[in-house]
Design a protein around this ligand. Sequence first.
Ligand code: FES
Ligand SMILES: [Fe+2]
Length: 423
Amino acid sequence: MRREDNELICSVGPGTPMGEVFRRYWTPIAVARQVAEVDGAPVRARFAGEAYVLFRDTDGRLGLLDELCPHRGASLVLGRNEECGIRCLYHGWKYDVDGNLLDAPNYGNESFRAKLKAVSYPVREAGGLIWGYFGPAELQPPLPDYGFMDVDEPYRAAERVDFKCNYLQLLEGGLDSSHVGILHADQARPGWHEQAFERNTDDMNPGALAVADNEPELSVETTIFGFHYGAIRKGDNGMQSIRIVPFIMPSARVIPAPVRLATLFEVPLDDENTSTYNVVHSTTQEISQARNRAISGIGETGLYAEESFEWLGSWDNRFGQDRATMATKWTGLRGIVQEDAAMALSMGPIYDRTREHLVPADSAIIHMRSILLNAARNMEAGNEPRPLPSVKKIVGIADTDLPPGKAWQTLVPDHVDELEDRR
Ligand code: FES
Ligand SMILES: [Fe+2]
């Protein structure tokens, strides 16, 4: 990758082309449980290099304002949240969810108060997440209609984990079929250390592969929502074993397991910090958060700070690696999230992609980068990204056998309307 392209795609601060692309879409900014209570503690929400205060007022309405008080800049996150507004501690100015200045104890001028407004942003709750929109008001799209928004708990569980690295390193991990059977070998190919392939029968586990083929052929197709790709592995009796993952602009993908889907969003907080939101849902089975956490590894590792959402794996603790277990554990790490986190964080805060050597197994990643780079270049040239279509029926498909010669796209008939050449 050229150095200037790496900078273009990784930089998301205000005024950067990629930052503007991200600001054209609704984005998760919190899990709903962070602002469950009326008049509860305000949340410091960060997105793409800027900070906001998120709060729920006395009437249950959500407010999303610039973090710093318009008077002289104290953080409203420290403020009093009471009687339908947030009050700055410093001089007591109080704002409602729309940013109206309700009270200014150190300046009694009514007309000043009527004119001053804190900057406020559209905010919604849906699917266990809080969503914000930070782009131009006249370009505000409808809230996306993800499939997980149609099911309620306990058929859905939303998690947030904050990682200290650029969003792209995490996003690449979710579009990389060939690492599943290798990095996640303990989940994907139990028995690997005895050179035996047994199938992992945990139907909630996204790392469970149906076959031992570690060199999937990737077939990528551009769509209106982004792209989707089929990873085609050699199955038994000449069958193809197909796994499908869609990428939805600007940074979502749907990772399949046999009985549930995980919709993941990589939300840049700034260039070197990212929140991963992972919403697991099923239409047929309840989602046990404990089991979900055991599969991902975030429950048991001691590397997850529940209150702050921070991932604590770093070189200080070798990302949690226990080398004494490596005769039978491929990574010496525990669980999918811990393994993915160690890989992404070990690259450093922003990986220098001029040094990489790509192979055909990286073709989905190459495609994702070109879509994002095109969006950034179009933005620089004054062209807005195409609005997202309905994404309700966009799914991932866990390893499924198909007879030779049958197209993988037949497994995702609802994606077909979204193909680039159908429009
Ligand atoms: S800085 Fe907030 S009221 Fe003065
Ligand atoms: Fe992974």
